[in-house]
Design a protein around this ligand. Structure first.
Ligand SMILES: [Zn+2]
Length: 331
């Protein structure tokens, strides 16, 4: 594809994916093939709303050399692996989409999927865990690519979707989410009771104390909150932005305020989750993360799969994330 067209297409895809909720914030990345040697790829750590055509990076998949005013995505290695493995792939989307990420924690052996869906996806497989941006992760993805599958669920991380065009790849990512949602072992219709008076009271107080605070009351979050189940980080992005655990706090205003001074997400019984952020965008990202983490915790528990991010990895990721993100904000 011609370079300028590719730049426009990637910017436009980022915005589309934001709208569908398949990506949030700077998570996920997109690329497309320019010619036999080069691809165009989204830059590292930049919000899709702020990404312009000039921010897109041109990258040689054989030498790793790149041209652009920004660094290419930190996950470029997994994109490169795809283009090398599949000559017929022209477009790659990597997301941290909710249901596919949750399914990736348990596996796809018992996935309820029709032959027609499998064919539309171009095959589906799962890749073992590797810390973001590492050789271990790209090696795991390369192993997955040997299965000839065009959709790869990356354990504890997200999804990699490969297609021949932008349209086809977005469609695949959306179909994947639909398939995965119906495979989650939790009934989304079953709504837990909410204490409206208590919630209002609590919200009023915390909104006075913190500038960016929001309430999350999705079915999965309410379920965890009412059962008094803390949510543990099973996915890298929660470990990065929230930490190892979202605690359950007793429904008492002072306790909740104190907890929110230390943590950016807490669960409160019959209220749901409260998230505290530094910016509006952070708040939206936290809302998505808390819901995704609740879905993942419930799905793994119902599947009898024990998986958590270890203390060391979680602390490390949070630290790296903090450093990266504060640097970016200073720009
Ligand atoms: Zn990722």
């Amino acid at each position: 594809m011609e370079e300028n067209r590719a730049r426009k297409l990637l910017v436009n895809t980022g915005k589309k994916l934001l709208e569908t909720g398949l990506v949030a914030r700077t998570w996920g990345n997109i690329s497309c093939r320019l010619d036999e040697e080069n691809i165009a790829i989204t830059p590292s750590g930049l919000d899709y709303k702020k990404t312009s055509e000039d921010d897109i990076v041109k990258l040689n998949i054989f030498t790793g050399d790149w041209q652009g005013r920004r660094k290419p995505s930190g996950e470029k290695k997994i994109h490169i692996a795809v283009y090398k493995a599949f000559p017929d792939v022209n477009f790659v989307i990597h997301t941290h989409q909710t249901y596919a990420s949750a399914i990736g924690l348990v596996g796809i052996e018992n996935l309820d999927i029709t032959e027609d869906e499998r064919e539309k996806l171009g095959g589906i497989t799962r890749a073992n865990y590797g810390l973001p941006g590492t050789k271990m992760l790209s090696n795991a993805v390369s192993e997955g690519l040997k299965m000839e599958a065009k959709v790869i669920l990356m354990e504890k991380h997200g999804a990699l979707v490969c297609g021949s065009s932008q349209e086809e790849t977005i469609e695949k990512a959306m179909l994947l989410e639909e398939i995965c949602k119906r495979n989650i072992k939790f009934s989304f219709e079953e709504k837990r009771e909410k204490d409206i008076t208590k919630t209002d009271e609590l919200l009023k107080t915390v909104r006075d104390k913190f500038k960016y605070i929001d309430l999350v009351q999705t079915a999965a979050v309410l379920e965890c909150a009412s059962k008094g189940l803390p949510i543990y980080a099973q996915l890298d992005d929660m470990a990065q932005m929230i930490g190892r655990k979202i605690p359950v706090i007793v429904n008492d205003i002072n306790h909740v305020v104190k907890a929110l001074e230390r943590k950016n997400a807490v669960l409160v019984s019959s209220v749901g989750a409260l998230v505290r952020a530094e910016t509006e965008d952070d708040m939206i990202a936290l809302r998505l993360l808390v819901d995704k983490a609740a879905v993942s915790n419930l799905h793994t528990a119902a599947s009898n799969v024990k998986t958590r991010i270890g203390i060391v990895d979680a602390s490390l990721m949070k630290l790296v994330y903090k450093m990266k993100y504060s640097k970016q904000k200073d720009r």
